[in-house]
Design a binder for this molecule. Structure first.
Ligand code: ADP
Ligand code: ZN
Length: 709
């Protein structure tokens, strides 16, 4: 037999190998180990054929078979192939991304079920255990020839002679649940309509659940999930990177008996435990990569906060988990519900065209009208927080309620500037300013992680005149400490909260009332439900709008509308104070739930007029190298090839990226645009497959790019 293998490598094309009889029958979807160049790699069986005559000559032989049976069923394998084609990834790269969760094979621990049995079945394997009865796959593998090693393990396991050793730490258990929320007795009519539509769907049915903040979207999909589970299915719920709060988990666990949780912070042991729990779980909730876990009997997919940019992977295969979720629902023939108060324009457009069913929840559950926005003019105000905002924070504290301060900027100040010559220290590896972190006395690059001590004198002119410019969360904290010492607060950003556990702990402290105020970056925004919050302060509404990105307005609007939606969700009405140096700006009147429909429609019209996404499909090709010349030359070569693309595809570049240098590499980009949406991304494969790049040059292919920096 000859098998085609998608080898886990960015090299394009499929690779043929001989299949040895010792590995049993080949099946598409099995993971294998194969010799590749001078090393061995994993790969996925994609095709099987009879060897005919001498086409075997020169073929290498598959070394090992990692799976007894394929991890994916036929629908999932079709989905994976489509995903790879859409994102112009090599089949191997796509498979490697998809099976990353299963990569810790050698960490699996095996216990001998019956020593005599194992000795009779596979004496060398029994011998490898020595006196022990439990060993990891890795440890066993070092004692046995590696050809066919995992296959032997799997055979012994299938005969119950080896059992997987389980250590049962519960992955998602963090913090104590502060307040158990009651399950609402009855849905309101809009919720009921939405639920009915979802439940009456048969086969593939995509929905956009567009409901303002606090309108009870979560309640709708939890009920839909419960129904699907009652009918014997399982439900996948994707949440943004930061969405896995204890509150969320409590809500799930109070309704479902078996909830599996997946996020990037899990240890190897927890990942292995998840793998075993998957077949038992009713609900799998997780961040974007949870999409790749083979949840059996999939009956529905939910993507919560579908507009969130953390669903887009920015490394390797640049996939969008929301879009792949829709594709998976299609292959699996199940409904998919995308929920948001501030839908992405892509989904809004599809709903408008009738491709997604639009389900609307126009009203908040809380009896209070949406808060009125109180702008505060910051022109002439030196400190980061105005007198009005300080007074409001105090009043809220005195009433025993809580507040959130939103500032999308970490650190003490965005940059240091020399008052004498105007020089701003930059990262030596990136064309970006360094951010001042005062407590640690450091300047940091937020792109590559470069850190240096704060200089005393300006390196450009030698004067001792370096001053902080603008404000970050750390500076806000400092002012609060002075102005309101009685307020207990914490910062919530990537500097103060490392890892999912710490984040959940802090959110839990806040939910339980152990903190009066959270100061934070976008982490604050994501779908949290804190009924006792009655004040939201936006420290600087001017940030983010001036970015040279056509999506800046959309993003800003989404973030501000979401942040405002965190207030007044419980029994008490909320206030929103927005500080700005530009109180007349048009965007200010657009934030909030009432303006959502109008804002989305206006913005969509603008995109249509400009032929920007979602009315055109874009692909961004980024070439980087340590030497600028090498990156530019590769860009020119690739751009020259692009002239052969079909007419409607426009090619711009190569041009230097907005962030020209990143982590020591010079970057050039080519942007392909297709206003018909018919050619991209399909023409990429022939464009890229014959491409030979110098080894110093790296190419990133980003289909539907969100990040244009
Ligand atoms: P969203 O997901 O739209 O932000 P949630 O589903 O979190 O909204 O609902 C906000 C709050 O309202 C939650 O405390 C939820 O339990 C409650 N809630 C939702 N639906 C109802 C209902 N029909 N009756 C009473 N309370 C409800
Ligand atoms: Zn840097």
């Amino acid at each position: 037999m000859i098998v085609d293998i998608a080898v886990f490598s960015p090299l394009r094309g499929s690779f043929s190998y001989l299949w040895p009889d010792s590995l049993g029958e080949p099946v598409p979807g099995l993971r294998v180990r194969v010799p590749f160049g001078r090393s061995t790699r994993s790969g996925l069986v994609t095709g099987i054929r009879e060897a005919q005559g001498h086409d075997e000559a020169g073929l290498k032989t598959v070394i090992d078979r990692l799976d007894a049976t394929p991890l994916y069923d036929a629908a999932r394998l079709r989905w994976l192939a489509r995903a790879g084609r859409y994102y112009a990834a090599s089949p191997g790269e796509m498979a490697e991304t998809a099976f990353a969760w299963a990569a810790s094979e050698d960490k699996r621990r095996w216990r001998i079920g019956s020593r005599e049995g194992l000795e009779a079945f596979d004496a060398p394997l029994a011998g490898a255990f020595g006196k022990r009865s439990v060993l990891s796959g890795g440890a066993l593998g070092r004692k046995l020839p590696h050809d066919g090693f995992y296959h032997r393990l799997n055979l012994a396991a299938a005969a119950d002679l080896l059992l997987e050793e389980t250590s049962p730490p519960d992955a998602g258990d963090v913090g104590g649940s502060a307040s158990k929320e009651a399950i609402p007795a009855q849905l309101n009519p809009a919720q009921q309509d939405a639920l009915d539509s979802i439940l009456s769907a048969e086969g593939f049915a995509p929905f956009l659940l567009f409901g303002c903040t606090g309108s009870g979207k979560t309640e709708v999909y939890l009920r839909a999930a419960a129904e699907r589970i009652r009918a014997g299915g399982k439900v996948l719920i994707l949440v943004p990177e930061i969405g896995l709060t204890p509150q969320w988990l409590d809500r799930l666990r109070s309704r479902f008996s078996r909830v599996a949780v997946w996020h990037s912070g899990l240890s190897d042991v927890e990942r292995l435990a998840m793998r075993r729990e998957l077949s038992e779980a009713e609900v799998l909730v997780g961040t974007r990569s949870a999409l790749f876990l083979p949840l059996p009997e999939l009956a529905m997919i939910v993507v919560d906060e579908e507009h969130d940019t953390s669903f887009k992977q920015q490394e390797g295969v640049h996939y969008h988990a929301r879009d792949l979720a829709v594709l998976l629902a299609q292959e699996a023939g199940v409904p998919v519900v995308l929920g948001s108060a501030t839908p992405g324009l892509e989904s809004w457009q599809r709903a408008g065209e009738g491709r997604y069913g639009l389900l609307e929840l126009p009203e908040r559950i809380s009896p209070h009208a949406a808060p009125v926005i109180e702008p505060v003019d910051m022109r002439g105000v030196e400190a980061p927080l105005s007198g009005e905002l300080i007074a409001a924070l105090k009043a809220v504290k005195d009433e025993g309620r809580q507040s959130l301060l939103y500032l999308n900027r970490r650190g003490y100040a965005p940059a240091l500037m020399c008052g004498a010559c105007g020089d701003v220290p930059e990262c030596p590896a990136c064309s970006l300013r360094l951010t001042l972190h005062r407590k640690r006395r450091q300047l940091r690059c937020h792109a590559c992680g470069f850190v240096r001590p704060v200089p005393v004198i300006c390196e450009a002119c030698g004067e001792e005149a370096l001053l902080p410019m603008g404000e970050g969360t750390e500076k806000v904290e400092e002012q609060l400490q002075e102005a309101l010492p009685e307020l207990s607060f914490a910062r919530l950003d990537r500097d103060t909260v490392r890892g999912a556990g710490a984040l959940m702990q802090r959110l839990d402290d806040f939910a339980a009332g152990r903190l009066d105020c959270l100061i934070g970056t976008q982490m604050l925004v994501k779908g949290h439900h804190f009924p006792n919050v009655t004040l939201v302060g936006v420290v600087n509404a001017d940030l983010g709008l001036s970015m040279p990105d056509f999506r800046a307005g959309e993003r800003w609007w989404q973030q501000l509308t979401q942040v405002i939606g965190r207030t007044g969700r419980g029994a008490h009405a909320g206030r929103v104070i927005v500080q700005t140096r530009n109180p007349g700006m048009a965007w200010l009147s657009r934030i909030g739930d009432e303006q959502a429909r109008q804002t989305l429609s206006d913005e969509l019209e603008l995109r249509r007029a400009l032929q920007y996404p979602p009315f055109a499909r874009w692909v961004r090709l980024t070439l980087s190298a340590v030497r600028a010349d090498a990156a530019r030359e590769a860009g020119e070569m690739l751009a020259a090839r692009c002239t052969h693309l079909p007419e409607p595809v426009r090619c711009a570049g190569p041009m230097p990226c907005s962030v020209e240098r990143l982590a020591g590499r010079y970057r050039f980009e080519i942007v392909l645009r297709d206003a018909t949406g018919k050619h991209l991304p399909w023409v990429l494969e022939p464009l890229l497959s014959g491409l030979r790049l110098a080894s110093a040059v790296r190419l990133k292919v980003d289909v539907d790019p969100l990040d244009m920096m």
